[in-house]
Write a protein that binds this ligand. Structure first.
Ligand code: NAP
Ligand code: G4F
Length: 340
């Protein structure tokens, strides 16, 4: 007698398309977002890159080379416009949502504190709530920051257990959203995960951050297009890494088998002065002949020293940085020399 045919359960519609997983990236026009979009496209993802709809076209300089890629989908939404994020999540129901969009400049956050909280905290709440309501299977990554540590009154290096006493509206906004992520993970069971990233740079760094301001000025001075470089506090110390490597860490955090918190850092710290000195030295100039101080560039509060301990991510996910401080400085200066 022929064996009875086994009944097979009807197939569930696949969340993952044949072309690969789907991901939403907010902040895709920024430094990290552009590298992350490249990384995910390279892995076969359908990438929904969120751009803000404003009256002007907005800047797409970092992602122009991706706009014709059939797997890259330019979508309009804004973290300050809740319904736009809600509708996007409801429509795409992505496998992964990378929240890199932010008002990301620390000094500016002192000038626009309310706006900073609206984008960096309420915007995160909006995204988490959209996922909870419409797409609870979506994994969520929040771009947390070493600025959250502020000046905690304990010796460096800082790790996942170090107390956090932020020193800026930006730091407060990121710390509040960090706690929201924990709440949505523990309270609602979402895969809500986060990396506490220390400063990371690249030729795509925004021009109002100190490293890019320095590399651009050095290139212009070398070419006779600029005389002086005006800076604020040269004594602050930062743990500077390389953005493409840090974006790889973000990806690995999202692929981990559980949502968790990871410090991402190089474990080396340098003063702004050392960055300046190295950049000028690279083109054969003495920084002291060109750099001037202006107090308008000081901040009401400063984070004096950042140095991260990335032991957890190295041991758990095998991530470690390769690019060294001097190479970061030189590559940024060389890029600006070639692309002025
Ligand atoms: P970035 O270059 O300044 O990019 C910020 C991005 O956020 C831009 O694409 C910007 O879009 C977008 N954005 C701003 N307001 C928005 C809003 N209301 N809705 C949607 N998008 C908005 O920043 P980044 O250096 O790549 O950093 C990425 C993320 O990591 C940020 O959240 C930052 O706070 C965080 N972080 C950065 C570092 C670092 O050292 N780079 C370290 C720790 C954490 P527009 O092009 O329209 O302005
Ligand atoms: O390059 P910065 O503006 O970066 P900051 O404040 O450390 O923040 C960056 O890193 C954070 C992670 O720790 C991110 F969350 C954040 O989004 C951003 O990417 O300033 C670095 C240091 C500060 O101590 C500042 O006081 O450089 C000092 N500085 C001195 N002169 C200056 C200047 N900073 C800027 N932007 N411009 C100056 O002329």
């Amino acid at each position: 007698m022929a064996a009875a045919k086994k009944k097979t359960a009807p197939k569930k519609p696949a969340r993952t398309t044949q072309k690969g997983k789907t991901a939403i990236i907010t902040g895709v026009t920024g430094q990290d977002g552009s590298y992350l979009a490249e990384l995910l496209l390279g892995k076969g993802y359908q990438v929904y890159g969120v751009m803000r709809r404003v009256s002007s076209f907005g800047s797409t300089g970092r992602i122009d080379h991706l706009l014709d890629n059939p797997n890259f989908h330019k979508v309009y939404a804004d973290l300050d416009d809740g319904p736009s994020i809600d509708a996007l999540v409801a429509k795409v129901k992505p496998d992964e949502f990378y929240n890199l969009g932010a008002m990301s400049h620390v000094r500016v956050s002192f000038e626009v504190p309310r706006y900073t909280i609206a984008t960096n905290t309420l915007g995160v709440l909006t995204a988490l709530e959209a996922i909870r309501q419409h797409s609870p299977h979506t994994k969520f990554y929040q771009a947390s920051s070493s600025e959250m540590f502020g000046d905690p009154g304990v010796p460096v290096p800082f790790n996942e257990k170090t107390p956090m006493i932020p020193q800026s509206p930006y730091g407060v906004s990121k710390l509040a959203s960090y706690h929201l992520v924990q709440q949505y993970k523990n309270g609602y069971g979402l895969f809500a995960t986060t990396g506490i990233l220390f400063n990371h740079e690249s030729p795509r760094r925004g021009e109002n951050f100190v490293t890019k301001k320095i590399s651009l000025a050095v290139a212009r001075i070398k070419k006779g297009l600029q005389d002086k470089l005006e800076l604020g506090n040269l004594d602050a110390k930062r743990d500077w890494g390389w953005s493409p490597e840090f974006v790889e860490a973000i990806y690995q955090i999202m692929q981990h088998d559980k949502p968790d918190t990871f410090v991402v850092a190089t474990g080396e710290t340098h003063t702004i002065r050392e960055f300046v000195e190295e950049a000028f030295k690279h083109v054969g100039l003495n920084w002291k002949d060109y750099v001037t101080f202006h107090e308008k560039l000081l901040r009401p509060n400063e984070v004096p020293k950042l140095l991260g301990d990335a032991t957890k991510i190295r041991k758990t996910l095998g991530w470690k940085p390769a690019k060294k401080f001097k190479d970061i400085v030189r590559e940024m200066v060389d890029h600006d020399l070639q692309n002025l």
